[in-house]
Design a protein around this ligand. Sequence first.
Ligand code: GLY
Length: 575
Amino acid sequence: MILRLLSLFLLINAASTLAQSQVEQMPIIDYQNRFLPQVGSQGMVVGPEKLAAEIGQEILRQGGNAVDAAVATGFALAVTYPQAGNLGGGGFMLIHLAEPNKQVFIDYREMAPGRAHRDMYLDEAGAVDRQSLYFSYLSAGVPGTVAGLLHALENYGTLTVRQVLQPAVDLALKGIPVTYALHSAIGSRKERLLQDPGASMAYLIEGETPSLGSTFVQPDLGRVLQSIRDNGRSGFYEGWVAKTISEAMQDNGGIVSEADLKNYRVVEREPVRGSYHGYDIVSAPPPSSGGTHIIEMLNILEGFDLVSMGHNSAAYIHHVVEAMKIAYADRAAHMGDPDFSPVPVKQLLSKDYAAVRRSEINPQRARAPMEIQAGDFDDSESTDTTHFSVADTAGNVVANTYTLNFSFGSHIVVPGTGMLLNNEMADFMSKPGTPNAFGLIESQANEVSAGKRPLSSMSPTLVFKEGRPWLATGSPGGSLIISTVMQTILNAMTFDMNVAAAAGSARVHHQWMPDTLRLESGISKDTVDKLKAMGHPVEENVRTLGRTQSIMLQDGWFLGATDTRRPGGWVAGAQ
Ligand code: GLY
């Protein structure tokens, strides 16, 4: 208790000292750019939804640190942003602690249940049963979110579980207004939600989407949040909540047991680290593939004069895309849970390796991917992970990405809990050579095994400039996450874009397989024609690729940007 009070006192003192010094130096913002960040001086939370971001900011105002605010935001998003905020999923949190100046990576990815096995999603003909993989009780891994957020709070926060959870309890029990963003999120998944009685009960009113402006109450979810508030981790992983989940599993062909829930463990891992023209990048290690391949791509690109090519010129996109193909090919071959098989992270991150791979790139011609058996690319399911970034005035920064996998996960709500189950088991390789829901080919390193964590692309990332935190970012989007985060930080580091411009500029994506170059709108026809002439199989004007939530730190100022191309994102702490 004394320690908590002391850290609160230090935080408040640090905040007022910073506030005085800021008056001296205003932030540098290029107002000619059409994308502009929002500015604050008292900490900031940038997330996909307003109420949850404001709750995090209120925690900062009350003297909590960035971890307290991140945990409060994470629990609140489980109520306000049901398509991806969650209790029933998992994720990764990357923390920069100003004191003692170190980074901590918390892996709270879902784990395969004890009865999971390699061929569990194959039907009698040996084909992948996608209904079972995506939309059944069998789709769920053991959820990690509650354990992960509480681990962060207990080890790096300053407030109590009650203080950070009560706002989420209130939102669930008193209700939230149905905004356009919430209305359209639920409405777009209505048909699928209708197929599960628990999901229909939780999200629909007599089978219909809650109407705009009405109040949306989630009493069952509120009771689960109260149980966590009152009992901590055991309020979810033991007792009535765990029993309710495991009984629903037994009744519906699922395999997550009470023992699986009790045995869930959070892992602190060493983040991956790299450098790019004097900036330092810290990001997600395996079982995420994200950080490793972001750094691998940057290492390859560091040897090209991207500035001379010009941002989003045909030459620029060509080189970026060729680097993407190399990284995603490596992902397919090498990546999985490092606790189950070795992952060659060190080699993939090395500058020497990047130099060799760079030399393979033909500056004039697109290279065809290796021949490999590809199955159906199921792009019809929207994917919705979510990211938020938090920074406080004491210099602590958090980048958190968590997910249910698809938007609304398996679309199954465990009756009596109001809680959506993830369908993260779909991130494992279900059958060799068969692409997953993101079209990604993977190796045996990512086959299903009891207790294993499925390979992820989630990439909460921090960039440091002159040793100090400079940019926190991350994105949803499955396979798109890696290319989205890489382009966002590349835009800022190479082209000096402000954080909003870095987030808002048109992005491109190629993941080696399938052989498609996806371009957001905003790339000129002239450029598209040149890319086609170079041999790129272009798909134009695809839906928004990823959606970053970012904070840039500049001399005590907080510059926030939420990608405006999807509704509802919010910068809390702007003044
Ligand atoms: N479920 C998407 C990912 O973790 O990459």
